[in-house]
Design a protein around this ligand. Structure first.
Ligand code: PMP
Length: 461
């Protein structure tokens, strides 16, 4: 249980001072604020549901790191697989060479994670979510070119979408703060669908809202505006996560699929968060029973213990590119794309062990079984001071707060800090607190997370 957890090995406690932190430029962090904090959040160890700080405090992980350590921290079999692999084959070039685990892992993802009827049966390995998004966008363009349809250069993303930080993902993403400084370099030909979230109509819905399926028709308007023959792909998170857990209105994703089908537009689901059990299924595609042409993933692919990402792709897309190969025996490269760390042996070993672990511990079903309890816990926060919405689906949830007048994000940040001081890690995005616990979370853990948020909400100004 939560109360009796202890660190995996004895730790000498240390504290980190602002001098120690000078050289590091911390990503997506208010560096000045963090470095001036009296007790900076610095983590030394992790096991199962918990982190331990350098000064020895135990923290219950309500967010699976950054929505990623779905199997919990440092599971022994995955640790061992990584250790064995790095001592056996540390690295293998992924261009022109292969190693057995990359083939094996791709096969197993296709046969064990993905639903066979979907024909998502080709796997391209990347390094992370951002590189998966870039890869899926490039595959989409290359596919149309290979079919002699090279006028399709436009992409359609969505407001409040997050697709990582590459120029492709930023361009189709819909978060102003992420784009502002780079606005001069957004890729051309991108439109954004409206976000489906509607505060008045959606507040306190559980799972998929009933209202808003018709918003998918906006895609039809964009097709009429630009002409289908200019549109390469639509990219969406089935459930936008980073902008505050926004479950899709019932019927929305299915209608988007229909419109794409009618116009030969590829559909990309960005499942960097929703993949690998977050909704109690292998993918959100399976959960919603809507099949895209490409799925991007990362995070849960290796339980985030080694960086890696992947793009799952329908066989016909791969085949279209293979059919461009001249039959004269020349060494023709079908897709001019790849990374030094694609198919990294240590990542492949971690991935195989992660997939085994999900299966052996029955973690996707477990997530599905505990989701209703999580939902009840989340919605018990309704009515507490400053709470304006609670949303959830699977093991993703969010509590949205009324911002301090004139100081957006501050209330959310203070709640995150207070919860951490009180032993629980939650994720802050603006004035929304998001939760995505590891799939091993217990009812007792959920109680602790919810009680901690509740207690600290009452203390906030
Ligand atoms: N897409 C989605 C939907 C994400 O949530 C994220 C990361 N949270 C990314 C892409 C980017 O992944 P990474 O940070 O691994 O590049």
């Amino acid at each position: 249980s939560t109360a009796t957890a202890s660190p995996p090995t004895t730790t000498t406690t240390t504290t980190t001072t602002s001098d120690d932190m000078e050289a590091l430029w911390m990503p997506f962090t208010p560096n000045k604020l963090f470095k001036s904090s009296a007790r900076p959040r610095v983590l030394a160890r992790a096991k199962g549901m918990h982190y331990w700080t350098t000064d020895g405090r135990q923290i219950l992980d309500g967010t699976a790191g950054l929505w990623c350590t779905n199997a919990g921290h440092c599971p022994d079999p995955i640790v061992k697989a990584i250790q064995d692999q790095v001592a056996t084959l540390d690295y293998c070039p992924s261009f022109l060479f292969g190693h057995p685990k990359s083939f094996e892992y791709a096969n197993r993802l296709v046969s064990e994670l993905l639903v066979p009827d979907t024909k998502l049966n080709r796997v391209f390995f990347t390094m992370c979510g951002s590189t998966s998004v870039d890869t899926a966008m490039k595959i989409s363009l290359a596919y149309h070119v290979a079919r002699g349809d090279g006028t399709r250069y436009r992409f359609i993303g969505r407001e409040r979408g997050y697709h990582g930080v590459g120029f492709g993902g930023l361009s189709v993403g819909g978060i102003l703060n992420n784009r502002r400084a780079y606005a001069s370099c957004m890729i051309p030909g991108v439109d954004h669908l409206k976000s489906t979230y509607h505060r008045d109509r959606h507040a306190y819905t559980r799972g998929e809202p009933e209202w808003g399926g018709h918003l998918a028709e906006e895609l039809d308007s964009l097709v009429s505006l630009h002409g289908a023959s200019t549109i390469a792909a639509v990219i969406l998170e089935p459930v936008p996560g980073s902008t505050g857990v926004l479950p899709p209105p019932r019927g929305y994703l299915r209608r988007i699929r229909e419109i794409c089908d009618a116009h030969d537009i590829l559909l990309i689901f960005d499942e960097v968060i929703t993949g690998f059990g977050r909704l109690g299924r292998g993918t959100a595609s399976e959960y919603f029973d809507v099949v895209p042409d490409l799925i991007t993933c990362a995070k849960g692919l290796t339980n985030a213990m080694i960086p890696a990402g992947a793009v799952f792709c329908k066989g016909n897309i791969y085949d279209a590119l293979m059919n461009t190969t001249p039959d004269d025996g020349s060494p023709y490269i079908e897709l001019f794309h790849g990374y030094t760390y694609s198919c990294h042996p240590v990542a492949m070993a971690a991935g195989l062990a992660t997939l085994d672990y999900y299966r052996d511990q029955d973690l996707f079903d477990r997530a599905a079984r505990i989701s209703p309890y999580f939902e009840e816990g989340m919605h018990s926060l309704k009515g507490l001071p400053n709470v304006v919405d609670v949303r959830n689906i699977g093991l993703m949830g969010a509590v949205e707060l009324e911002p301090y007048p004139g100081s957006p994000g501050r209330r959310g940040h203070e709640l995150m800090e207070r919860c951490f001081e009180d032993g629980v890690m939650v994720r802050q995005t603006g004035d929304t607190i998001a939760l995505s616990p590891p799939l091993i979370v217990s009812e007792g853990d959920i109680d602790v997370i919810v009680d901690t948020i509740s207690r600290n909400l009452r203390k906030l100004r």
